[in-house]
Design a protein around this ligand. Structure first.
Ligand code: SF4
Length: 174
């Protein structure tokens, strides 16, 4: 088992309608660093810095951040959903580890673009719908893989379609 059974929820964002979402924080039973190059070989990796070390990947529609002693999963509505995702991530990590003999580990880092480059593609209205006070603050979080661009609802509007496509490509998520 890689993750402890218990986990905590931390507030990730609150929308203008005051509905808050949470990230799951699960502590690791052991150092997750040796697992990262194998996850990097098979998962949809968004960000990988082997020096830090930290690896962010997508599992279905969620972003999962692996650090040596902790996993964060964004975003869930409540503890029940948090439990399901904790279990799903645990199962995924166990599967990768059990198959490592047939996998070629990848040690190459994967960096995200700088915040300013991301910011240029955001609507720049500072509407706060993403839960951040400004578009620049949201861009900064996107540049470290902490949040998903999908939290910016105005980006889903028709007039922002092209910017949304470019952003997805820039973030390696298209
Ligand atoms: S990033 Fe999007 S949702 Fe967030 S403040 Fe800017 S326009 Fe609004």
């Amino acid at each position: 088992m890689f993750l402890r059974e218990d986990f905590r929820l931390e507030q990730a964002s609150c929308k203008v309608d005051r509905i808050c979402r949470y990230k799951v924080v699960a502590l690791a039973e052991e150092d997750l660093t040796p697992l990262m190059p194998y996850v990097n070989a098979v998962a949809r990796v968004v960000f990988y810095d082997p020096e830090e070390p930290v690896l962010v990947f997508r599992l279905e529609d969620r972003k999962v951040a692996l650090r040596p002693h902790e996993v964060q999963i964004a975003e869930v509505n409540d503890a029940d959903e948090g439990r399901q995702w904790r279990d799903k991530v645990e199962a995924f990590l166990e599967k990768v580890w059990s198959e490592r003999g047939s996998l070629k580990p990848r040690y190459e880092p994967k960096k995200l673009p700088p915040a300013l480059e991301i910011y240029k593609l955001l609507p720049q209205t500072n509407c706060k719908e993403c839960g951040e006070a400004t578009c620049l603050a949201f861009a900064a979080k996107l540049s470290t893989g902490e949040v998903s661009y999908e939290l910016c609802k105005p980006l889903a509007e028709k007039e922002n379609e092209e910017a949304r496509r470019k952003l997805a490509r820039l973030l390696g998520e298209d």
